[in-house]
Design a protein around this ligand. Structure first.
Ligand code: AMP
Length: 624
């Protein structure tokens, strides 16, 4: 093995420039990107063997992506290559095509080995390589990964598969079981090398490489180049050509990246509205922990979204099923932890939401790399808390770009979006006919009630999108970015008046409950329910204002999610309280909808109605 110059210095050879850095580039979409690239490289400039060239055409790749243009020629020459490139840049073809060019399909022995950090990535790479090899007769690719039986993998190896793509752990297992010998390999590829090392595969990778012939060619692809990778390169590579399609931690251009400041307790509501107004075919929501994945997933399901969650410890079989559902369109939203979503390649993902700010810029890059794939455009939205601007700055610095602030859609935006989607289907529905029944019934109804047909259509529209009108419980979660200034001060502990929220007594937070006059709600009932279910004392409750459809209650300090959940289920006047932080009149955009004089808490002594109707906890005022 020859010496190599230490990275990151470029090694010198006379045959080719050894460091080639080109502008970041997303993989080119065959139809969209190829035509207007006359000056750029073409696959005609790359000496691919005919069957591979045919495969490229059949796959619709018209223009090589940057990493392909840079890496394929030296790899075809037999040089070792270090590629700094992320998923989504077309790196699989960058090493997959030259790898196939090096194989003699008439020999039934392992000639190429690709190591990948995860089962998912190993399967994807194996699929991609198989798709490049369709015109090469007698060429077999086998994927070796854990969590699935050895039998089929053993048989594929015994039949003489020439290309092995596997995770280091399972590859080592097959070597130990003598199913796999590496002394015949010509090419070794380390894909997502940084991930492999991060996942603790360094020793396995070393061991595997040391069992391969010294003269084999090595290609190493990695999104980042930490020193551990540079050491691997020094030990196992010969005078490598370095190519890089993007600066470290850069993110794909095809992804529109934004952030929104959303206090934690509003995140699920904000997320649901972002998803409800998104045009993306499918979305991934990233969370930090397994528990959060489950929680956010269930609350999205409860809101009517077709969602599922995966974390690192979801069995591989289930994970594959979920990914398949995401691919075939039967799943809209996947809530996942970083580990679970690593290497996930689903073209339909048009939106990534970071439910919380990733701790490291690298994780951010990996997360948003799940969208904007295969030449499509994507969007990435990151929620930050009011005090997390520094984390945002870190990401911006590391990715060398500025994220624009996004506006969280309001419930009104959601209704608009839903109705617009329904209205587009109206002409087709009219075209299909059989509307006589409805025309007749509606005609009668309009005549009987002296209604304006437009008013009726508006009410039907509102009902069809689930808008129950002002004061309905569904309105309680309203959070809009415009309100944040007030929230921010509030969260910092400045309990002064919020700019656009109703006046709050010092140290008290204003909450809204979904019961009002029309439901017979009276202050004693509300106080009873809140103290009883929330474990609070009467003195924790401040001013109460009751409107026709809801009421505002000032509560000392703030309620925990568990308290809110318990109180929400309590009933007053036969209706659930559904408590939530008060967002002010229409997000500060207009007056409260009710002209009524609200009842004050002081009214309660004279009031007997609308009691908290729990048998377990009779109304008990605890004035303290
Ligand atoms: P990768 O970075 O290898 O995961 O590739 C990302 C996506 O880009 C895959 O869906 C590939 O099929 C697609 N792709 C790769 N190379 C090209 C190309 N030259 N033209 C169009 N699409 C490509």
């Amino acid at each position: 093995m020859t010496d190599v110059s230490p990275a990151p210095e470029p090694s010198t050879t006379d045959s080719a420039p050894t460091e080639q850095t080109v502008a970041p580039e997303a993989p080119t979409d065959s139809a969209a990107a190829a035509p207007e690239a006359p000056a750029g490289p073409s696959f005609d400039d790359i000496a691919l063997p005919a069957p591979l060239r045919r495969a490229v055409d059949e796959l619709g790749f018209t223009t090589p992506s940057a990493i392909q243009a840079q890496a394929i020629p030296p790899l075809l020459e037999g040089r070792d290559v270090i590629g700094v490139a992320q998923t989504g840049t077309g790196k699989t073809a960058a090493f997959g095509l030259p790898l196939l060019a090096a194989i003699d399909p008439s020999l039934r022995e392992v000639q190429a080995l690709v190591l990948a950090p995860t089962r998912e990535l190993a399967m994807q790479v194996a699929d991609a390589i198989s798709s490049f090899a369709t015109s090469i007769g007698g060429l077999d690719v086998v994927a070796l990964y854990g969590g699935s039986p050895y039998g089929p993998q053993e048989r594929a190896l015994a039949r003489g598969a020439q290309v092995v793509v596997g995770t280091p752990g399972r590859v080592m297992d097959h070597m130990r079981r003598t199913n796999l010998r590496l002394d015949t390999i010509r090419v070794a590829v380390l894909d997502e090398a940084d991930e492999m090392l991060r996942m603790g595969f360094a020793e396995d990778v070393e061991e595997i490489l040391s069992h391969s012939p010294a003269e084999r060619q090595v290609a190493l692809f990695s999104a980042t180049m930490p020193s551990a990778i540079q050491r691997v390169a020094q030990t196992h590579m010969k005078d490598p050509v370095r190519v890089s399609v993007s600066p470290q931690s850069s993110t794909v251009k095809s992804v529109r990246q934004t952030y929104a400041v959303v206090p934690f307790r509003h995140r699920t509501g904000a997320l649901a509205r972002v998803l409800a107004t998104s045009d993306a075919e499918a979305a991934i929501v990233f969370v930090r922990t397994r528990a959060a994945a489950e929680e956010v997933g269930s609350s999205l399901i409860a809101r009517g979204l077709i969602a599922a969650s995966i974390s690192g410890d979801v069995p591989q079989k289930d994970r594959e099923k979920i990914v398949e559902r995401l691919r075939d369109g039967s799943l809209q939203v996947l809530v996942a932890t970083d580990v679970a979503a690593r290497g996930l390649d689903v073209e339909r993902i048009g939106l990534v939401v970071n439910f919380d700010v990733p701790k490291e810029a690298e994780s951010y890059v990996h997360r948003i790399g799940r969208t904007g794939r295969a030449g499509r455009s994507g969007e990435a939205l990151t929620f930050i808390g009011p005090h997390e601007r520094r984390q945002l700055k870190n990401i911006e610095r590391a990715t060398k770009q500025t994220l624009a602030e996004a506006v969280i859609p309001s419930p009104r935006d959601v209704s608009k979006h839903r109705l617009a989607a329904q209205l587009t289907q109206v002409p087709e529905r009219i075209e299909r006919g059989r509307l006589d029944l409805y025309r007749e019934l509606i005609g009668e109804f309009v005549a009987e009630n002296g209604l304006d047909p437009l008013e009726l259509a508006a009410a039907l529209g509102a009902m069809s999108v689930g808008d129950e009108g002002p004061g309905a419980p569904s309105e309680e979660e309203e959070f809009t970015s415009a309100k944040l200034a007030g929230e921010d001060r509030h969260e910092r502990g400045d309990r002064g008046h919020r700019g656009d929220a109703p006046t709050t007594e010092r140290g008290y937070t204003s909450y809204k409950v979904g019961v009002g006059h029309t439901h017979g709600a009276r202050p004693p009932g509300i106080v009873g329910a809140i103290t009883g279910e929330g474990g609070l004392h009467g003195k924790d409750i401040g001013k109460i204002q009751i409107f026709p459809n809801f009421a505002l209650v000032q509560i000392r300090g703030s309620l925990s999610p568990e308290q809110m959940e318990r109180i929400s289920r309590a009933k007053v006047g036969g209706r659930e309280l559904r408590i939530g932080p008060d967002q002010g009149p229409r997000g500060g955009k207009g007056p409260r909808r009710d002209g009524d004089r609200p009842f004050r808490r002081d009214d309660r002594s004279s009031d007997r109605g609308g009691r908290y109707d729990s048998k377990r906890r009779p109304f008990r005022r605890n004035e303290g």
